[in-house]
Write a protein that binds this ligand. Sequence first.
Ligand code: NAP
Length: 347
Amino acid sequence: MDPAAPVLVTGGSGYVASWLVRYLLEDGHTVRATVRDPQKKKGLEHLHALAEAHPGRLTLHRAELLEPGSYTEAMAGCELVMHTASPFLIGKVRDPQKQLVSPALEGTRNVLTSVNETESVKRVVLTSSVVAICGDNIDMVGKDQFTEDDWNTTSSLDHQPYPYSKTVAEREAWDIAGAQDRWDLVTIHPGLVLGPSLTTASKSGTFRTMGSFTDFSQAAGAPPLEMGVVDVRDVARAHIAAGFTPAAHGRYITNSETMSMLDIGKALRAKFGYRPSFPLMEAPKAAIWLAAPVAGLTREFVKLNVGYPLRFDNSRTVAELGITFRPGAESVTEHFQQMIDDGLVRG
Ligand code: NAP
């Protein structure tokens, strides 16, 4: 991998990708970031500031996941392609095929078709997720933890559509990569990504989850729900290590630890003191089941996820990509501090 060759980052204005772009620039690389509308007035300020701080090394390129060939021009001459663009929507999704699966699956197909046509590309790093490994927490029954050998086999358009979109997109990526031998594929599998955001414009599900600690929706009790969590800066570093470590291969679970919603509430309380929007206890599963539709959850989701432990083995990422994961409490509190600094929450 020539470190002087430009690196393509798809969805460059997103929550995760913005840190990736920043670290690539700080490491001395030249970056081409794709965005849907490079002319838009809001949401790209942080990328413009990075471009100014690193003259001549960051350019923005228009690209749309659903348009075949959209990424070809920006990719010319790149050896490394980081494909992060994909919608992360949680809660009630009106049209899961259109809003999630088509952009994830067709987008991956389009990006990798351009990779096949671009002779310079040697490696693709795809942002997958732990949800392509485990569909519902109940799937862990009988296991100690999930590893990179596991695949989500339980999600569908009707049940867990976001995990379904990530699973079908990743499977398509492995199929396309396996049909040739010029470039290789490495996939990164973060848990719920938390930590300070460089942008307030992202629509990432991360912000909806953190918003539930400010909108009083958990004031009467947190759902007893466990999640894998990881810091956005560690996820960005894992992408870069996956891109530039010659021996990196296959899937990498990029997760720090498991936290429940109450654990997150406790970490916030320890740092910011008592706030009525931080949960003090867990609500019974039956109450969560009853209230599910109001909270934008299905009762099936509650049945198969609430109250079940969840564990992921991150040892490959630690050993092979050299990542030392920040503790979840640090990511949570620094994320909340960023929300205060951005004026999204009172200090
Ligand atoms: P994000 O801020 O919403 O980033 C998603 C990016 O995808 C945005 O730049 C968005 O562009 C772009 N995008 C969406 N639809 C598009 C389309 N039709 N054409 C072109 N670009 C499109 O979310 P994120 O949390 O950073 O997620 C980035 C990646 O990480 C995704 O692949 C997600 O599945 C994965 N991931 C996220 C988490 C998490 O907890 N956040 C966990 C595991 C994996 P616009 O800015 O124009 O909308």
